[in-house]
Design a protein around this ligand. Sequence first.
Ligand code: IDP
Ligand code: MG
Length: 148
Amino acid sequence: METTYVMVKPDGVQRGLVGEIIGRFEQKGLKLVGLKAVVPSEETARTHYAVHAERPFFPGLIKFVTSGPVVCMAWAGKDAISVARNLIGPTNGREAAPGTIRGDYGMDIGYNMIHGSDAPETAEFELNLWFPEGIMQWDQTISRWFYE
Ligand code: IDP
Ligand code: MG
């Protein structure tokens, strides 16, 4: 079992896509183990995207992601990191396949509505960053109908 960090970015919140996005993860069979909305501090945003600090789009990305509320989520399940990335789709919405979140709702690289951790190490780092209080442990009784 893995846990991944997923975040609806300010454009997704502004566009009223929070319910739609959460619904996709629920219907897929992932288990919700963390959920909150925050307006990110500049420090948290810079730490989250530190790997991109030298890229030309970095200042704009930090301005964008701190511009309003984001919805922070932790989702658990078998291979949750890749399952979530597959639901999200590639970075550029114009190139993302229909059926993915970015493919269905996005038209750009920067405004792509949602973040998902890309590896176990980044998931752990991001979960600690956004959920320092920890995430939930609970028994999802329906999970036996998702896994053989
Ligand atoms: P990912 O979110 O699909 O993992 P990354 O390459 O890790 O994509 O980039 C992180 C985020 O930075 C993207 O989701 C997007 O919001 C933003 N970003 C990446 N490349 C560009 C760009 O060329 N212009 C503007 N924003 C970008
Ligand atoms: Mg990335």
